[in-house]
Design a protein around this ligand. Structure first.
Ligand code: TRP
Length: 332
């Protein structure tokens, strides 16, 4: 029996942070590693183009994201990794789907609505700074998914509306021409826990409270030192469930290590000691990937090759689908 197709897109936004790893990269790689799916993961560079209008930045961000996923264990033989912009058929499908998408549906998309609301709050024109790419972002995402007839799409909870929209668009298309497009199912992984940033808010580059995934030992030490702690003494018992340090630790340590640190907290641990433990566990899980990442970033032609091979695997499927759809529509 053919395996279900699992597909997800990764926006090119530079070196991921620990929150991206725990929330998106790790669950997606774990899911592919179950072996139950045929997996296609791609870099959504055309989606990034909505906001990144600097060629150098676009290139770097793309390499950084690809290198990060590879360094964290994505095996390109098992998971097809490619760049959206290498599959021109996605844009053909984008147009076809556009003609079956009501403007009203796009008006209701959260990401677009948020910018409109922000504009209105600042009493400027409601369309201020909005390009058509932002407005039709969900249609491109639907095309990404339908081009490979994906069954399941692992995403963060913030992307659920986009998957709903993709299903709506496909339904209208199918009602017109008979069932041609598969309706995708979103999978929000249970481990998709939001890791707090250094100041306790959601970890985000824009808040400057993040820990970049491939920070050096020295940088990690500095960042961990920024975590604020209370004034309890080194021998006072501490609550592990109310501690950012413990939270981070639990995401990277083994179950055994986590239990041991929990006991130490309850008995009384110095904050300096807890931070040292965290540093050591981060270093031992991330020093290997850090090296692979540096090697790939120093030799980006390796990344190019992987992405080219990925695209070569995807295009025959994409071409076949477009040819079938053209026949259905009467273009051929
Ligand atoms: N919009 C997604 C995000 O911001 C990225 C994305 C683009 C995507 N195309 C996709 C995710 C297709 C899943 C499927 O994270």
């Amino acid at each position: 029996m053919q395996k279900q197709i699992c597909l997800t897109g990764i926006k090119a936004t530079g070196m991921p942070h620990l929150g991206n790893y725990i929330g998106a990269i790790k669950p997606a790689i774990d899911m592919a590693n179950t072996g139950s799916f045929q997996s296609y993961y791609f870099i959504a560079d055309y989606h990034s183009l909505v906001s990144i209008h600097d060629a150098k930045m676009m290139k770097n961000y793309t390499y950084e994201v690809a290198a990060a996923w590879l360094a964290m264990g994505l095996d390109p033989k098992a998971i097809t990794l490619y760049k959206q912009s290498d599959i021109p058929e996605i844009l053909e499908l984008h147009w076809m789907l556009s003609c079956f998408t009501t403007k009203g549906l796009m008006n209701r998309a959260h990401a677009y609505k948020a910018v409109v609301q922000e504009n209105e709050g600042l009493e400027r024109d409601s369309d201020h700074g909005i390009n058509i790419g932002l407005f039709t972002y969900p249609i491109l995402m639907a095309a990404d998914i339908m081009i490979l007839n994906a069954d399941v799409v692992p995403v963060g909870a913030d992307q659920l509306q986009h998957i709903e929209i993709a299903r709506d668009i496909a339904t209208v298309f199918n009602n017109t021409y008979g069932s041609k497009l598969k309706l995708p199912k979103a999978i929000v992984s249970e481990g998709n826990k939001l890791l707090s940033g250094l100041d306790g808010r959601k970890m985000s580059k824009s808040y400057g409270n993040h820990i970049p995934l491939f920070s050096s030992d020295k940088e990690l030490k500095k960042l961990i030192n920024r975590i604020t702690t209370d004034s309890s003494g080194p021998l006072d018992p501490k609550n592990p469930d109310d501690s950012l340090i413990f939270d981070y630790y639990g995401q990277f340590a083994s179950a055994e290590q986590t239990l041991a640190l929990r006991a130490w907290y309850l008995k009384g641990i110095g904050w300096g000691e807890a931070k040292m433990e965290l540093l050591s566990v981060l270093n031992s899980s991330l020093s290997g990937p850090r090296e692979i990442y540096a090697e790939l970033m120093g030799n980006t032609s390796k990344i190019d090759l992987i992405l080219e091979e990925g695209a070569a695997r995807v295009r025959p499927h994409a071409q076949k689908l477009i040819s079938e759809l053209k026949q259905s529509i009467g273009l051929k």
